[in-house]
Design a protein around this ligand. Structure first.
Ligand SMILES: [Zn+2]
Length: 452
């Protein structure tokens, strides 16, 4: 069956989320019309540069091949290779008619490894800036703020294969005879920034942790970078790239004076989990609360929860932070399984005006980066497969994969508004949509990029 595209009668310049124009054709054609007209994806990909001399296959075509490899969850470049000569895939990437294939897995890998990282990062930045101009984030989330969760992500480990950017650690494991031995494990770890809200979670940026010999500063050659060090670079860049971000949400690793001071310096708010009852500012808050009863109690019948809240403002006992810190504690009792969980979070800056219950919602929302982000990318997408083991190649790949993930998420929530409304599980809804896109590819005989 031949699939035809109905191009909406609006110019690229006016294409905007709020138009919600009717787009026809298969789901795949609808998606490509959307990313072409609203997000001008092809223009962003065309701006990627790489260091190859007189390449046979343009950077744009390779970037599109990797974009769709990520989107359609193709499991490896070896699995991608036969597709690079299939008519449907050539149409999908809009290859010129004189090309009968797009090279090999090795072509794709080498192109990624020579890409200019700033130029490929700009694909994600360009998409998100356009979304912001289209007022996608205007309403914000709780208290109308825009929240970004940051957390460490380790997609790749290896016992033997390594590159000059691998981090190394000693790990105990059993050898063939069952004896416990200590061996070196190589891995790559990144700090990821993800916009979180009720439904739509989008990857904004990421920063690699550097191995000891490549890190700057006095600790060079002494130890691999920790997550906090890379996170500080990430947060500074985040502030410059996305000035509309209001609040950083993070786990207990980030509950320290230097990191809170950085947020304050950058005029970013913070909702940071605190765990150690022996560390400030939680220690002081616990002393003040002592055995006092909860200040507020709520029954959430829909979730079967009873929530008790304590709120302590203006704590100034953290030596390494010059300012007041608010600490909120919540005890959440579940009626169905008789469990009680305790949440504590410190709050600085803008979200200081949230109610304690709102602070709890934000703190619990931090799980989006682990569930909708890392867990989904590893279990349902193929982001943890080693497509290419090279520092630049892996980062270029993740920028392209993140652009695919972000655009699919925007398409799902901005265009297919009623799609999957009954499916409570976000990742299942996305998987169902990708299955539809894959089915449509088998019936693709005209390039969805061809508007002539
Ligand atoms: Zn490596």
């Amino acid at each position: 069956m031949e699939v035809t595209i109905q191009v909406p009668e609006i110019s690229d310049d006016t294409a905007c989320e709020k138009d919600h124009y009717t787009i026809g054709g298969s789901r795949l054609s609808q998606f490509i019309t959307y990313i072409r007209k609203v997000y001008r994806l092809r223009d962003h990909l065309a701006d990627i540069t790489d260091g190859r001399q007189d390449p046979t296959y343009s950077t744009l075509l390779v970037a599109l091949a990797v974009f769709f490899c990520g989107l359609l969850r193709i499991r490896s470049f070896n699995a991608l290779e036969p597709r690079l000569k299939e008519t449907g895939f050539l149409k999908l990437v809009g290859a010129p008619s004189h090309l009968s294939h797009l090279g090999s897995a090795d072509t794709v890998s080498r192109t990624l490894q020579s890409m200019n990282l700033n130029s490929v990062r700009n694909v994600v930045v360009g998409v998100l800036r356009k979304a912001e101009r289209n007022k996608v984030f205007r309403e914000g989330w709780i208290g109308s703020y825009r929240y970004v969760a940051i957390d460490g992500w380790e997609p790749i480990q290896s016992w033997n294969r390594h590159c000059d950017h691998c981090l190394v650690r000693k790990v105990k494991k059993k050898d063939a005879s069952g004896k416990v031995i200590e061996v070196e494990q190589y891995y790559h770890r990144y700090v990821v920034a993800m916009l979180i809200d009720d439904r739509m979670d989008l990857a904004l940026d990421f920063e690699p942790l550097l191995p000891s010999d490549l890190r700057p500063g006095p600790l060079r050659n002494k130890a691999d970078e920790g997550e906090l060090t890379a996170a500080k670079r990430l947060v500074r860049r985040l502030r410059q790239t996305y000035p509309w971000v209001d609040v950083v949400v993070a786990d207990a690793l980030y509950a320290n004076g230097p990191f809170l001071s950085l947020l304050k310096e950058l005029d970013l708010g913070g909702v940071i989990i605190v765990r150690k009852s022996s560390d400030e500012p939680l220690k002081e808050a616990l002393d003040l609360w002592a055995d006092k009863p909860a200040e507020q109690t709520f029954e959430d019948k829909a979730k079967g929860e009873r929530i008790e809240l304590w709120d302590c403002k203006d704590i100034e006992t953290l030596d390494t932070y010059d300012g007041k810190i608010r600490v909120v504690r919540a005890q959440v009792s579940k009626a169905d399984n008789d469990t009680v969980s305790t949440w504590c979070a410190c709050v600085i800056g803008k979200p200081g005006n949230l109610s304690p219950r709102q602070v709890l919602r934000v703190a619990r929302g931090r799980w989006h980066i682990e569930n909708t982000g890392f867990h989904q990318w590893t279990k349902r997408w193929q982001f943890a497969h080693v497509f290419t083991h090279d520092n630049t190649g892996m980062q270029a790949l993740y920028w392209l994969f993140f652009s695919a993930y972000d655009l699919l998420t925007l398409f799902l929530y901005r265009q297919l508004k009623s799609y999957g409304r009954d499916r409570a599980e976000v990742t299942q809804t996305i998987s169902r949509l990708i299955d539809e896109l894959r089915d449509d590819l088998a019936r693709l005989f005209l390039s969805p990029w061809d508007t002539s």
